[in-house]
Design a protein around this ligand. Structure first.
Ligand SMILES: [Zn+2]
Length: 297
């Protein structure tokens, strides 16, 4: 199977990660991708990227595989994600045949995000480094919202953004995780519970940051973003999602520093449910992909 899929097969990629965790009997929250690669007989080596934007390389020589990952971005989360991404290409069915005919595959963080193979490797990496069962349990051990996401991001060794996306996908609480640049929305992930808000409309890439919100005021001062400030206040889901009625929520914002982005976390206690009946993630695959999430950041 070497045909390029039209859309990234998220569940397929996540199941491949789950299979690796099961095979290696990894049940904890912190996962070491280097150890996983080594146990699969893959040599892992860090080196400064010679070409800008290269995050990792998967090499095949005969039956031997090697991973090189870029060390010029000195972020543990970025490097771990880059290694896990290459393990994804090794493990997801069809990738080796499709990508390694020339003996080498080069991954570029952010550059190839329209490519389904790259997106699948990113979904694999997120599922590998933030294992679903342990992550769900850990969500319940911490306060809902930014504090919980910050704690989990440290415990998992993944970026705050990657952790926020995973959090929105797995929490039982009503949470939206939104990335903005200046006064423009980059992407938004909503938990299943939050989507139950009456008349909720999707927040699309490129939509303006709603006027009067804490995020709008926060982003009006670029220093807040650059220096990694954070703030919290009372917000309303109606401002963001044009819901039929008012839903008071907590709005937390944190500047992501050098990336020029702000992460906004909305939590709405009125919509929390104890048990989600079904995992609604799959329904959103197409939309999720259209946002081109940047898990590494
Ligand atoms: Zn790749």
């Amino acid at each position: 199977m070497s045909d390029k899929p039209k859309l990234a097969r998220r569940t397929y990629a996540e199941n491949a990660a789950r299979a690796v965790l099961r095979e290696m009997q990894i049940t904890g929250l912190y996962v070491d991708p280097v150890e996983i690669a080594q146990r699969k007989g893959i040599v892992v080596q860090g080196k400064p990227a010679e070409v800008d934007g290269v995050s990792g390389i998967l090499v095949k020589a005969g039956d031997n595989f090697g991973i090189m990952y870029a060390t010029n971005i000195p972020s543990e989360g970025f490097q771990r994600f880059s290694i896990a991404h290459e393990i994804g290409h090794y493990c997801i069915g069809g990738h080796v045949d499709a990508l390694l005919s020339a003996g080498m595959h080069v991954s570029r963080a952010g550059f190839n995000s329209n490519n389904p193979f790259e997106q699948e490797a990113d979904f694999f990496a997120a599922a590998l480094l933030m294992p679903e069962a342990a992550f769900r349990r850990a969500i319940d051990d911490h306060p809902v919202g930014l504090v919980g996401i910050e704690t989990l991001h440290k415990e998992c060794g993944t970026s705050l953004t990657a952790c926020g996306i995973r959090y929105a996908g797995l929490t039982r609480n009503a949470v939206a995780v939104i990335s903005t640049v200046g006064q423009s929305v980059d992407w938004c992930f909503m938990s299943g519970a939050l989507k139950a808000a009456e008349g909720l409309k999707w927040l699309w890439k490129g939509a303006p940051v709603p006027g009067g919100t804490l995020t709008e005021a926060f982003n009006a001062n670029p220093d807040n973003v650059r220096t990694g400030c954070n703030d919290a206040g009372v917000g309303n889901l109606r401002d963001w999602f044009d819901t039929r009625r008012s839903y008071s929520c907590t709005e937390e914002v944190v500047g992501l520093g050098q990336y020029g982005r702000t992460l906004t976390i909305l939590t709405c206690n009125a919509l929390n449910i104890d048990d989600m009946e079904a995992d609604e993630e799959d329904d959103d695959d197409a939309l999720v992909e259209s946002w081109m999430p940047r898990f590494r950041r």
